[in-house]
Design a protein around this ligand. Structure first.
Ligand code: PRP
Length: 208
């Protein structure tokens, strides 16, 4: 399973700000969106282009446009919603789906409570958004739901992951590419990423 860690200086700078416990809810939301856009830029690097022409004010110029498959973006509730708008700014024609999953605090197993996906996922490359890849259970379940709906090419975009979560995805979905800003050290006993950035959903929406 291909894993891309985006080490661009601006990504690493913004990730440091995102991790900071003193970053406000407002700035956390802003940074999560900015990072999502950078990661999406990497995640779409393989899109195929086809030649076209455009009429400039002076003459006709050769140009390119994205060809082939269309795109779908699937946000994992809640925290994936904090990445969605920035990604849609880059890919405004993408169809959007939502998967509602929360992690049981005792078992750490994902519990599904909502699923609304575009009906034509088989015709689309799918990008799944969730800031945290911890045990990998939520991401794995979200990707499974997309595949059950026909998706064949899926890319997982997370802000922070840990090796155990990446290994889980590699086992469950070896065909899925994973794009992250950082691969952190480990999970603690409560399933929190260390050093991590805390609970992304709570920090995005001020619910702690
Ligand atoms: C967090 C996070 C992921 C999941 C990651 O969601 O946003 O969805 O946990 O953990 P995993 O890799 O071990 O499955 P949470 O359950 O806190 O729900 P929320 O986004 O609604 O806050």
């Amino acid at each position: 399973m291909p894993l891309t860690i985006v080490d661009h200086p601006l990504v690493q700078h913004k990730l440091g700000l995102l991790r900071d416990r003193d970053t406000t809810t407002r700035d956390f939301r802003l940074l999560a969106g900015e990072l999502a856009a950078f990661l999406c830029y990497e995640a779409t690097r393989g899109l195929e282009l086809e030649p076209t022409e455009v009429r400039t004010p002076l003459e006709v110029a050769p140009a390119h446009r994205v060809s082939g498959k269309k795109l779908g973006v699937v946000a994992v509730l809640r925290a994936g919603v904090g990445m969605l708008d920035a990604v849609l700014d880059l890919i405004p024609v993408a169809r959007v789906g939502f998967v509602g999953l929360y992690r049981d605090e005792q078992t750490l197993m994902p519990v599904e409570y909502y699923c609304k996906l575009p009906g034509d996922l088989a015709e689309r490359d799918v990008i799944v958004l969730d800031p945290m890849l911890a045990t990998g259970g939520s991401a794995s379940a979200a990707i499974r739901l997309c595949k059950e709906q026909g998706a064949r090419r899926v890319t997982m975009v997370a802000l922070v992951a840990v090796p155990v979560g990446v290994a889980r995805l590699a086992a469950d979905h070896p065909d899925v590419e994973v794009v992250v800003a950082a691969l952190d050290r480990e999970l603690n006993d409560q399933g929190f990423i260390l050093p991590g950035l805390g609970d992304a959903g709570d920090r995005l929406y001020g619910t702690r």
